[in-house]
Design a protein around this ligand. Structure first.
Ligand code: ATP
Ligand code: FE2
Length: 323
């Protein structure tokens, strides 16, 4: 029985996992009416809601706090003030319960949780707000085969949505507008397995300023941006000789992105996997899930003083000796 804690950005979450089964997955997210995320305010949000989230997570799982045998926490990458709040909460709880702590990489947790859908050795197309990466396991590490050279795809969509005055988060709104839009050409930018969105963002803003219909821009943003991601993912599948694609991160909630991935996989006879929404967006269920696997392979820390956050931790820095 392991408890997971997520606090890398806007979401504070607690999940409880037993033998690969998610017993509860509760979260509370910091939001703003206008503008983006202010790290210090998000951290304050986390500290304020943490006890309520814990209480609800325990209630939903039907277990008692004393049943927890270990705590997994999201160590990085993420916003330092938010990560520190998570670490503080982790240490207090670990001290109280006298249990070991498992430090978990947030990005790898997005990948490993895909196994719950049946994926065994996939290429992960990880598309969230801050991150856009193509990750896969090779020679003892999760390696990044491609990534965005500037902004994450979610931030790209959110920035354009904010510019167009349709609020945050922009992804779900753009998806709605795209349904009635017509396709127009936008800059398509991919180098090998790396992508870039800033040129398209500038072009979209210019077209909007010139009076182009927002529905058309939403449609074209999705068609162009997602085609870049699918092309990069397909190249990684071919390069690695793998035949499973896993979609992860908040932008993976987009039904058009899912559809494009499904079509590409069908055409090259690969399998396509996409977890349910509650496991796509930032959540602590995935942290507990990976934490349990790491704990079983002997990765944990009992000396709480040795624990620290890793705001800039890269996926390929993590030694993977649990598989
Ligand atoms: P990370 O720390 O992993 O980068 P994050 O907090 O930046 O995580 P997530 O919680 O994984 O991001 O996802 C949030 C993003 O998902 C936002 O940018 C939001 O616009 C986008 N999103 C949510 N639903 C949709 C959708 N239907 N279509 C496109 N984008 C979506
Ligand atoms: Fe995330």
């Amino acid at each position: 029985m392991i408890l997971g804690i997520e606090s890398t950005a806007h979401t504070f979450g607690i999940g409880i996992v037993d033998n690969g089964k998610i017993l509860s997955n509760v979260k509370d997210s910091y939001t703003t009416k206008s503008g983006g995320i202010i790290p210090i305010d998000a951290a304050k949000h986390h500290s304020k809601c943490s006890n309520d989230v814990l209480e609800l997570a325990l209630k939903n799982s039907g277990i008692k706090l004393e049943d927890i045998k270990a705590i997994a926490f999201s160590q990085g990458p993420g916003l330092a003030p938010c990560l520190l709040e998570g670490l503080k909460f982790t240490k207090e709880l670990a001290k109280k319960l006298k249990v070991p702590v498992v430090p978990v990489n947030h990005c790898i947790a997005h990948l490993e949780i895909g196994k719950i859908t049946g994926a065994k050795n996939p290429v992960l197309l990880y598309t969230s707000g801050a991150n856009t990466q193509i990750i896969s396991y090779s020679s003892n590490k999760y390696r990044i085969f491609g990534e965005t050279l500037d902004i994450g795809v979610g931030n790209f969509i959110d920035t354009f949505a904010r510019y167009a005055g349709i609020g945050f988060p922009g992804g779900p709104k753009i998806q709605e507008l795209a349904k009635i839009g017509k396709y127009i050409e936008l800059p398509y930018s991919i180098k090998g397995m790396d992508v870039s969105f800033s040129g398209m963002l500038t072009n979209l803003k210019q077209k909007l300023d010139k009076g182009e219909d927002l529905n058309n821009l939403a449609k074209s943003l999705q068609e162009t941006g997602f085609a870049m991601l699918v092309e990069a993912a397909e190249r990684a599948l071919a390069h690695l000789g793998k035949n499973e694609l896993l979609l992860g991160g908040g932008v993976a909630c987009n039904s058009r992105l899912q559809q494009m991935c499904r079509i590409m996989c069908r055409e090259r006879k690969a399998k396509f996997f996409c977890p349910e929404k509650s496991l796509l967006l930032d959540n602590a269920g995935m942290i507990a899930y990976l934490g349990e696997i790491m704990l079983a392979s002997g990765i944990f820390e009992k000396n709480l003083k040795k624990l620290d956050i890793k705001p800039r931790q890269r996926t390929d820095e993590v030694e993977v000796n649990w598989r």
